[in-house]
Design a protein around this ligand. Sequence first.
Ligand code: NI
Length: 272
Amino acid sequence: MPPYRNSTPMFVDSHCHLSFPDFAGRLPELRAAMQAAGVSRALTICTTMEEFEQVHALATGHDNLWCSVGVHPDNEGVREPSLQDLLDGAALPRVVAIGETGLDYYRLNGRSVADMAWQRERFRVHIRAAKITGLPLVIHTRSASDDTIDILREEGAGAVRGVFHCFTETQAVADAALEMGFYISFSGILTFRNAEALRDVARKVPLDRCLIETDSPYLAPMPFRGKTNQPAYVAHVAAELARLKGMDIAAVGAATTRNFEALFGLQTETAT
Ligand code: NI
């Protein structure tokens, strides 16, 4: 059941991974569920150059899907993207973002932060691609917010836009991101019982800088926690954000949709 009674609200899932094996063969079903839940569009995110062709085919094959090009900071043993790789991907139709990229020091596996220089260099390459193309960055940061913001400031110097996706950081990090002109995207984590600190952040982030996402197949919102997530469930993230802001869910859907269009350069009439 969608978390609202009227059929009017419209939502956008600003971050999902429709190319992941969890979704193999399920796209018609997922898109039907999106339509039933009022989720008009989704941005499917690239995490390796190896998967880019498949991600891009999803976006070119469906009029309500778009994609990014980039390599996730956690991915090791994959092809390292050159600046030219990212520029080539970014030049293709339906590619509207660079990422997901950023820094993740959560799983150091016995290494020091100094050992993660390769991750910082990969991040810098993505920022350069965003500067050259003018496309927004989709930022993943975990246990690395200081370095993430420092490198963005150093490389980007006000010349890049983007979104901190699946936000789980502090108010100070949110403030730094907002100050750089970035958007903050909230996921199903917002509905988790132990996420009170994050809910406090969400209450304070201005609605005109909020996006919503599923990060599916991961992080299903309540009441689906622990199950495979899907883009249709972004309506539940919208419902929680509306509750926190004391607003109507339709207003949150409309605002986050406008923000998505503004950040990724998409027009309203492309919705189907
Ligand atoms: Ni992701």
